[in-house]
Design a protein around this ligand. Structure first.
Ligand code: ZN
Length: 154
């Protein structure tokens, strides 16, 4: 039996799964080969030591801590999805709120002429008028910029 063959049998030998003949051959080799004997003892001690440790229960937030750490170290490339989702969700809802607010102000400023005679609410008047101006003024400027840019290449 050569060294490689002997070492390949360590696992089965320790688990007592070797056929008797092979076991005798291996034991004979270990008796005559100090190198393999040293390796065998190292393997046996390591496996014995590991199994003596038993199972250790991880803390409850173990997985979450690991995910957070991985997220931090990978700069959010891994396990950073949750944070990205929160951020984009906040951004989208903010944009939606602003959009509906502007839409409301725009509609309110459009109705303004009809509403004033009926309700006569002086307090609600001031807000919609100024808001409507900025809302309608913003979008109108942008197309003109785009048109200028579009004419340049020609
Ligand atoms: Zn050997």
């Amino acid at each position: 039996m050569d060294h490689e063959r002997a070492r390949s049998l360590f696992i089965e030998y320790r688990d007592e799964e070797l056929a008797q003949e092979l076991r005798f051959e291996l034991e004979e080799h270990l008796r005559t080969c100090p190198d393999c004997r040293r390796d065998w003892e190292a393997y046996n001690e390591t496996v014995t030591g590991v199994s003596a440790l038993g199972r250790v229960k991880p803390p409850r937030d173990f997985v979450q801590k690991i995910e957070r750490k991985i997220g931090r170290r990978s700069a959010g490339r891994f396990f950073g999805a949750r944070n990205e989702f929160n951020l984009s969700f906040a951004l989208v809802s903010f944009v939606l709120i602003v959009f509906f607010l502007l839409a409301y102000l725009f509609i309110a400023s459009g109705r303004e002429v009809r509403v004033i005679p009926r309700a006569g609410g002086g307090d609600t008047e001031a807000g919609p008028v100024t808001g409507g101006d900025t809302a309608s003024g913003g979008p109108r400027r942008e197309p003109s910029r785009l048109e200028e840019g579009g004419t340049e290449p020609r």
